[in-house]
Write a protein of this length. Structure first.
Lengths: 418, 89
């Protein structure tokens, strides 16, 4: 496999870019693997990569029903952050941040990680106090966080609405300076390529339809490309978790909801941070191509359709204009929907299940992208050792019956409110 | 936009309604102390890819609670009944 470098770029430029190797092989599925990961999204591919790299397991397949990058890996708003308060989340997401920082070098792929800062704009003294509390907890955990006054915000983001007519006057902000964005497609391609280089078979257009059993143990999967046996099976299928887990006899606390995201036509660089507009939970940033990338809440009713409704389009567009009036005449180029696996407490699940041979990675709500490296890292550890790492020890299925919620938002057991 | 046929107010945009999720779980009697029964009621979700039975409240209309049967891929609505008249699985 070609090592990507300035020299490789130059050599291939001189050859008219006709001789680049495939980024990853396109193998036929073998009869049997030590570990099968269902789901070729960022989390599944990262899991395969860390299984091979950290745990020395070589005989691995990742099964993807579509193509790499066709699911939520290509349907997010690319935000990377770790502004969490609950202990389990804080340690996990900060571990993720540390993996993001070295990702381009480690995977030999430019994922364009850009720690441009995450600016959470507050609208009221009480909202601001909540962010001060959050910032203090982050600092106690060694995560940088700054509290900004209205005047500070005006210097950082002068394009926001500071006028007297503002519907939601800006009070202040919390800034996580080390947070930012990364190029989502590059992340999933980078993990696919790096996993492939370690011998992982990435099998696309291979939909898992059911499980193969030997007594009480899962020993393989039935797919659209035949039956494949496996020592262990890991699921990382996001919004499709419930129907697949039900085939393994698991009833989960997951609801699937659609989350929409949007991108406008390109404009000159103006938005330097990821900005969160707390008046309506609305977030936006500017891509390197110049488009404003933005999103809001889920559509708030169960959905498996990868498209959303216009009520939400209207709501987030209004939020954009209330935050940044100069965006009013921008045209939206594209919008899309991805299916989120919502849990009752808003936190994920990375665990060995009660079914022998089956491991579960789900419940990312709408924060899965930033978790990609740590999710794969922890899921690989869990699969290889049959036990969680300290970073994901709290992300169990049993926490709901045990009352050990990791309820960052504190909204009660309502998946659609997380 | 979903259009929900409220039995009291007629067909309205879903923005008038509040969503409250799965409507298939039967609550145990209040005296029941079986932990698993309550865990199942509060947390287990069928989350089907297909017809989903779900609570909506007509918050900006008659404020009545309804149970809507809706397909989670096509969003076609099969039926809308007052919550008190629903049949629990």
């Amino acid at each position: 496999m070609t090592h990507y470098s300035a020299w490789a770029l130059l050599r291939n430029a001189l050859g008219g870019h006709k001789h680049w190797d495939r980024a990853w092989r396109d193998p036929e599925p073998r009869k049997s693997y030590d570990v099968i990961i269902i789901g070729g999204g960022g989390h599944g591919l990262a899991t395969a990569y860390y299984l091979a790299k950290n745990h020395g397991i070589k005989n691995i397949a990742v099964l993807e029903k579509g193509y790499i990058g066709s699911g939520n890996a290509g349907r997010n708003t690319t935000i990377v952050r770790s502004n969490y308060m609950m202990q389990d989340n804080t340690a996990f997401y900060e571990h993720s941040m540390s993996l993001w920082r070295g990702m381009s070098q480690e995977l030999n792929y430019n994922v364009m990680f850009s720690p441009r800062g995450y600016l959470y704009v507050t609208m009221s003294p009480s909202g601001h106090d909540a962010q001060i509390r959050r910032a203090n907890i982050m600092r106690l955990n060694g995560i940088r966080a700054d509290i900004l006054s209205r005047e500070d915000v005006m210097k950082e983001a002068p394009y926001l609405d500071f006028s007297d007519e503002a519907r939601f006057p800006i009070y202040g902000a919390m800034l996580q300076p080390d947070a930012g964005t990364a190029r989502h497609d590059a992340v999933v391609w980078a993990y696919a390529r790096a996993a492939n280089a370690l011998g992982v078979d990435i099998i696309q257009n291979c939909e898992v339809r059911d499980f193969e059993w030997s007594g009480e143990r899962i020993t393989g999967v039935h797919t659209s490309r035949g039956t494949i046996s496996a020592g262990k099976v890991g699921m990382a299928v996001a919004g499709n978790t419930s129907p697949l887990a039900q085939k393994a006899g698991l009833q989960l606390p997951i609801d699937s909801h659609v989350l929409q995201a949007y991108v406008t036509e390109s404009i000159k660089p103006i938005v330097n941070h990821v900005v969160v507009w707390s008046a309506s939970y609305f977030y936006f940033s500017q891509s390197d191509k110049g488009g404003l990338v933005f999103g809001g809440h889920i559509d708030r009713y169960n959905s498996y359709a990868q498209r959303g409704n216009l009520a939400n389009v209207s709501e987030v567009s209004q939020a954009l204009v209330s935050a940044m009036p100069s965006a009013a005449r921008l045209r939206v180029l594209r919008h899309w929907g991805g299916i989120m696996d919502m849990t009752p407490d808003g936190s994920p699940i990375i665990t060995k299940t009660q079914v022998d041979g089956l491991y579960l990675n789900t419940g990312w709500c709408y924060g899965g992208f930033k978790a990609t490296p740590a999710s794969g890292w922890c899921f690989a550890h869990t699969i290889a050792n049959d036990a969680p790492h300290a970073y994901n020890a709290g992300f169990t299925l049993e926490r709901f019956s045990q009352g050990r919620y990791i309820d960052e938002a504190g909204t009660g057991p309502y998946n659609h409110l997380q | 936009m979903l259009r929900i046929a409220c039995p009291y107010c007629g067909t309205r945009d879903h923005e008038e309604f509040s969503y409250f999720g799965d409507a298939t779980q039967a609550y145990p009697d209040l005296g029941v102390e079986n932990h698993d029964a309550w865990v199942s009621t509060v947390y287990t979700r069928p989350n089907p890819r297909g017809i989903h039975s779900e609570f909506w409240q007509h918050t900006l209309g008659c404020r009545r609670w309804l149970v809507v049967k809706r397909h989670t891929v096509t969003h076609d609505i099969e039926s809308v009944v007052p919550a008190a008249q629903r049949s629990v699985a």
